[in-house]
Design a binder for this molecule. Structure first.
Ligand code: GLN
Ligand code: ZN
Length: 762
């Protein structure tokens, strides 16, 4: 009877670590205060897992910021600019790498596979000097041991570490990150030796890159790395943990023949084909299979009967004593503890399991396999599963029929984009290089307070509406004074671009504490989509009409697109993602049509998260892009030619999906551009033709810096070199919500001045 947890959330059930970190960063508390919070959190997590009966409990899955940065610290791979002088890496160097300091910017951050977690990208070069500079892994192991818990220390595996790194600036193109294996393995050996000396009998290497499409030389790096580590690892049980997708057959072969390795961990939730692969290929005799059946990426209670039957079918392949029940990945990608959800009703609650509950599920499955099934627990689970399947709150036949009818057929506007743009221009009469913004204007403390008080019913609806109205009119006036061409209302009524819509759609639930770490101390609280989605009432029409009535200039209606709502929520696991997405698309379609009927001539449908939903494996990209782009088109295929549909995307690299973006068939797209070294423009330079309007961001809104007119004009001229004058729009990178008015006003003044300057030069 063995059970294992891949990793556990670090933030704490009420985001204790977040508050401790931020207070430390603000100089309001000491390092000791911060460390005390961290120690207490770790202790309570170990205690909880050990009391639940988990056999293989992870350690070193805690982090003050990020596990990849921890590995960088362990290896002493501190970029020169942080002026680290050696020795053990302390908080100051560590947090400087994570967040930058007064003189040096932070290291780059990027998304961890297809999750919403971001890691700090190691910057390596042939000159990087490695040294064993952070003993966290060993000290955490000892800390747990002192509490009476013998843990499995977890390290980011050496090959994944290098494959997730980037070459430092200025390093020759021919430099291969994998060539550094020989330099980092000696440090891994030191760590392993210390762990052994401290009494560890197991070690877990997370090698999630094994689920990606790897080249032969990358796979070979796994073989040579573990061959090199073999003698250091002898005497230890070694688990290689993979997650987030299937392990491709070729990689599976490599993985299961690594020397010195005794156990393999697989994500059997996302990796449905892996189950078949294990059954058909088997695993080497005497080795352990860590079967990740409990979903670490979602908040649903496990279907225990189904998992048990999967596990039983695997038992005959690997043998009873070699099968270990596990989570599909670290539980850090799910919410922490359902116990703190006091506002969710008991029916919905019975369908859910957060990290703390998943630990119990894993253990129950382990016991059931060993013939000690807790019948009452399984029966309660089966009842909850059945109630979820048949609940009228989940099922809305009308919505299901409408969504089913969409499949197989295409939805697109009848008139080609060039003719639509002509029709729109007749009505809108915009200058060349029209200026606009992305939607939100600065959100002041006052504004947040008004929303909070209205939600808590402390102020009346009347007072709320008049406060928001006043704000909108202020934002409209500012834009008119700046002489912007297409206006926005500023989104003062919205807390978050997904939550705002989720709260008004049926089929969504919201948690009080369902936080998931996004990066550092930053957490997000995704809505839960539990049922068929419909839109009982218009969501934005009231505000958009009000804003339009304040100005003769076109006012953009502002919506979040279906793919973004989907990708930023916890989604149903009882139907394919595309089905849920089509349902959301139909709801947004109604909103689009109501806005149009309400006299709104320009409607922006944000798809900020379209790219991040891209599956990890290339073979699955086409299918995803097909339904995602289709969902977007469904929202606006019914509008008149004269209604201009905008979309907006941020934070991305679009070059590989540019044809899908074109296929969205929006009239205008505004895109993040200024931070990606104008990579976007290179697509057009290489000859891709874009017939619709396009507004690559002319300045970075993530920075307080105010761009000069010349600088913006320069950028616009660069764009004009590759894009037609009559399709180019001038706008910032993204919404202005996080900026201050003292930054926004001068920046937009310069932006408009730049557009006007270039207009005179055409
Ligand atoms: N319309 C949104 C805003 O301006 C878009 C935000 C985003 O792209 N992340 O805030
Ligand atoms: Zn954006």
């Amino acid at each position: 009877m063995a059970s294992h947890i891949v990793g556990y959330p670090r933030m704490g059930p009420k985001r204790e670590l977040k508050f401790a970190l931020e207070s430390f960063w603000d100089g309001k508390s000491s390092a000791e205060d911060l460390e005390k919070v961290a120690t207490d959190l770790r202790a309570s997590i170990w205690k909880q897992m050990s009391e639940a009966g988990i056999k293989y409990i992870p350690s070193n899955t805690f982090s003050y910021y990020d596990q990849v940065l921890d590995t960088t610290a362990m290896l002493g791979a501190v970029p020169d600019r942080y002026s680290w002088t050696g020795g053990e890496i302390g908080h100051s160097t560590y947090f400087s790498m994570a967040r930058g300091n007064a003189t040096v910017p932070a290291m780059e951050m990027t998304k961890w596979f297809d999750t919403n977690y971001h890691f700090i990208v190691p910057e390596l070069s042939p000159a990087t000097k490695f040294s064993y500079a952070s003993h966290e892994a060993v000290s955490e192991y000892k800390e747990a041991k002192a509490l009476g818990v013998d843990t499995v220390p977890v390290l980011v595996g050496p090959v994944s570490y290098l494959l997730l790194s980037k070459a430092a600036k200025g390093v020759e193109k021919s430099f291969s990150l994998l060539s550094l294996l020989d330099s980092i393995l000696p440090i891994y050996k030191e760590v392993v030796a210390e762990l052994k000396a401290a009494g560890a009998s197991w070690i877990q290497f997370d090698e999630p890159t094994l689920v990606k499409d790897l080249a032969a030389h990358e796979l070979a790096a796994f073989s040579s790395a573990y061959a090199e580590l073999e003698s250091a690892l002898s005497g230890l049980n070694v688990l290689i943990e993979t997650y987030f997708a299937d392990v491709p057959a070729e990689s599976y072969k490599t993985l299961t023949s690594l020397s010195g390795v005794t156990a393999y961990g697989f994500d059997l939730v996302r990796g449905t084909k892996t189950v078949e692969l294990i059954k058909s290929t088997g695993i080497p005799s005497g080795k352990y299979l860590f079967a990740g059946v409990v979903d670490g990426r979602n908040i649903w209670a496990d279907d225990l009967a189904a998992s048990l039957s999967t596990l039983q079918s695997l038992e005959s392949v690997v043998g009873k004593d070699k099968l270990v029940v596990s989570t599909s990945c670290s539980l850090m990608h799910t919410a922490v503890d359902l116990v703190n959800e006091t506002k969710l009703d008991s029916e919905i609650k019975s369908w859910l399991a957060f990290a703390a509950q998943k630990v119990v599920e894993v253990n129950a499955l382990g016991k059931a396999l060993a013939g000690q099934k807790d019948e009452a627990y399984f029966a309660a689970n089966a009842a909850a599963q059945a109630s979820r399947r048949s609940s009228p709150r989940v099922n809305n036949e009308e919505v299901q029929k409408a969504a089913a009818a969409l499949k197989g057929s295409d939805h697109r506007r009848a008139t080609p984009v060039s003719a639509r743009l002509d029709a729109q221009q007749k009505k809108l009469n915009l200058p060349v290089l029209p200026t606009t913004t992305i939607g939100s204007f600065p959100q002041t403390m006052d504004l947040r307070r008004v929303r909070r008080e209205y939600k808590a019913k402390k102020i009346s609806e009347e007072d709320y509406v008049s406060a928001i109205k006043e704000e909108i009119s202020k934002v409209v006036k500012i834009q008119e004074e700046l002489d912007i061409d297409v206006l926005v209302h500023g989104e003062p009524e919205r807390n978050d671009m997904v939550e705002y819509f989720g709260e008004q759609l049926s089929g969504f639930a919201f948690t009080a504490n369902g936080w998931v770490q996004s990066y550092g101390s930053r957490c997000v609280k995704p809505p839960i989509i539990y049922g068929d989605v419909s839109r009982p009432n218009p969501m934005t029409v009231f505000w958009s009409k009000m804003a339009q009535s304040m100005t003769p200039r076109p006012m953009k209606g502002m919506l979040t697109g279906p793919v973004t709502i989907l990708n930023w929520s916890f989604v149903r696991n009882d139907q394919p993602r595309f089905e849920t997405c089509y349902q959301i698309a139909l709801a947004i379609k109604k909103e689009v049509e109501d806005l149009e009927a309400g006299g709104i001539q320009v409607i922006q449908i944000d798809e900020a998260a379209l790219r991040e939903g891209l599956p990890l494996r290339k073979s699955e990209h086409a299918f995803y892009l097909d339904w995602a782009v289709h969902s977007f088109r469904i929202t606006n295929c019914g509008v008149q030619d004269t209604t201009q549909i905008h979309t907006h995307m941020c934070y991305s690299n679009f070059n590989d999906i540019i044809h899908s973006i074109i296929n969205m068939d929006a009239d205008v797209i505004t895109i993040e551009n200024s931070r990606s070294d104008e990579k976007l423009l290179s697509v057009f330079r290489e000859g891709v033709t874009y017939g619709a309007g396009i507004g690559p961001g002319v300045y970075d809104i993530h920075s307080p810096r105010i761009p000069s007119t010349e600088e913006i004009a320069d950028r616009v001229n660069k764009m004009l070199a590759v894009l037609d004058t009559n399709i180019l729009w001038v706008n910032p990178d993204c919404g202005l919500k996080t900026r201050k008015y003292t930054e926004v006003k001068p920046a937009l003044t310069n932006m408009v001045a730049a557009a006007k300057l270039i207009r005179t030069q055409l």
